[in-house]
Write a protein that binds this ligand. Structure first.
Ligand code: EPU
Length: 456
């Protein structure tokens, strides 16, 4: 298990290209199971989770040819997916337990093959994370679903050649909608007979990106990005080429890094349109997030902007609550908490998506942070400085938060278990070093603990 050694205090300055979105790429890859024609994805990030998904799809009869980006400045690599063999439709426990997002193969496989068997994902470090809404949605489309020895076994009545039936489906749950559940049901409904209306659909930009690919494959989907998605089912889908949206969480993480080191960084390929709540919070804290203006910026896609991030010397405290999109994203909660540790006063963060997603609090406290947690709320009292310490990463975003704290802290921080980080941040240490950080990866022989469900 590798660890990072960070000597804090360096100002981050320079330029960075935001990589393609991990959480869009995973369901986009699964969508290739909906067709027997090739699907080409551009800007695919090279991450542990993406490689796990390659492994899963290969087992499910989909050939995957991935050429990762060769330069730090590229937004990602190219991936060609081609589902050629439908005889193996079982996503085994050994794979699913390493990556919960395997569940996004369920809808596509079921709709195209009439059958899917997929190990039921367990909880992970950030919460229980049920999949009941995915199953309810697919059942409403007519799927017969049973649990057998820990596997979800789903069938279309009539088997191969049979079709799901369009339906009106409500996908709201106790914490809002479900992102991968919406992608699953929308993908399955694309091949259903008749019209499907998903009410309380997730509005996340990753859902919009999946709808965009599906439409390029011949689907008829309207309303993605709003709480009501209307899908007119078609008989078959073809191949397509698609460029993955940039990763809003990666962008937000580097914005925090800039502010925590009093830095000055410019992000290219930055999805500002998907970062409204985050940039609102950043501006209240004292960051200056300035999209490029002038002739070069005219007509630029709001999802692919160039922005310069600087900050006021004194950071202000804020109150914020994580919410489904377009609210403040849970996947940036840990990183903004690290930033607020350095604000001038008391901040309050309430976590509404995963009320237990606070494993980073105890580790930040080891670095001198003052945080009191009560249930799903944390009160952060800003301190003058954080101090380096050995800390333990527990999940992807908590790891990023500890790296940020280490960059700002006085002295040396050792972040253990960075395999969590490798799931969602491509070459983070090299990219931070290119911006002026003092950060090294120390490689160790021992692998990540076998079978631990660490996935996002
Ligand atoms: N939920 C249910 N029932 C369901 C599904 C979800 O109650 O059937 C609840 C969850 O327990 C949670 C909330 O609904 O409280 C939202 O869960 P959602 O299904 O939207 O999460 P997800 O689709 O499994 C994706 C991202 C997560 C991100 C969440 C929320 C991927 C691969 N993962 O998960 O990303 O936190 O949406 O935005 O897209 C990360 O990148 O660090 C990460 C955890």
């Amino acid at each position: 298990m590798d660890h990072f050694v960070i000597n804090g205090g360096s100002r981050l300055c320079g330029r960075l290209t935001v990589k393609g979105s991990k959480n869009a790429t995973l369901p986009l890859m699964a969508a290739a199971l909906l067709t027997d024609r090739p699907v080409m994805l551009q800007d695919v990030p090279d991450l542990a989770d993406i490689r796990n998904m390659v492994g899963l799809l290969s087992e499910l009869g989909c050939k995957v040819d991935f050429s990762p980006a060769t330069s730090l400045d590229a937004a990602g690599g190219t991936m060609l997916l081609h589902a050629t063999d439908e005889s193996q439709s079982h996503a085994r426990y050994e794979i699913v337990r390493t990556m919960r997002a395997s569940i996004c193969a369920l809808g596509p496989m079921l709709a195209k093959r009439g059958f899917a068997r997929i190990s039921m994902p367990g909880g992970c470090a950030i919460g229980d994370r049920p999949v009941d809404l995915h199953l309810r949605g697919l059942a409403a489309l007519g799927a017969e679903i049973q649990l057998h020895q820990g596997d979800i076994v789903a069938r279309v009545p009539g088997g191969k050649g049979g079709r799901l039936r369009g339906a009106r489906i409500f996908l709201g749950g106790p914490s809002g909608s479900t992102v991968l559940g919406t992608a699953n049901v929308m993908s399955a409904a694309a091949l259903a007979e008749g019209q499907t209306i998903i009410e309380s659909a997730a509005c996340e930009p990753e859902v919009v990106d999946v709808a965009k690919l599906l439409n390029a494959m011949g689907a008829r989907i309207r309303g993605a990005g709003s709480p009501r998605i209307i899908i007119d089912g078609v008989e078959s889908l073809g191949g397509a080429e698609h460029r993955v949206i940039p990763d809003r969480i990666e962008a937000g993480t580097y914005m925090c890094a800039s502010a925590m080191t009093n830095g000055d960084i410019t992000l290219d390929n930055c999805p500002m349109d998907a970062l409204m709540a985050a940039s609102d919070a950043f501006e209240r804290i004292g960051l200056i997030v300035a999209p490029e203006t002038g002739p070069a910026a005219a007509g630029r896609d709001p999802m692919r902007q160039t922005v310069r991030v600087t900050s006021a010397r004194a950071l202000s405290p804020v109150e914020l609550t994580t919410q489904p999109h377009p609210g403040f994203p849970t996947d940036l909660q840990a990183q903004i908490m690290a930033l607020l540790c350095l604000a001038d006063g008391n901040s309050i963060i309430t976590e509404r998506i995963y009320p237990e997603r606070f494993l980073h609090v105890a580790e930040l406290s080891r670095m001198g942070a003052k945080i009191v947690r009560q249930g799903s709320t944390a009160v952060i009292t800003g301190v003058r400085k954080l101090v380096g310490a050995p800390v333990m990463a527990s999940d992807l975003r908590a790891s990023a938060c500890l790296v940020l704290a280490g960059l700002a802290a006085e002295g040396t921080t050792i972040v253990n278990r960075v395999y969590h980080l490798d799931r969602g941040y491509e070459q983070m240490e090299e990219r931070l070093r290119a911006l002026g950080a003092s950060i090294e990866r120390v490689r160790e022989k021992q692998a990540a603990p076998a079978g631990e469900t660490v996935a996002v």
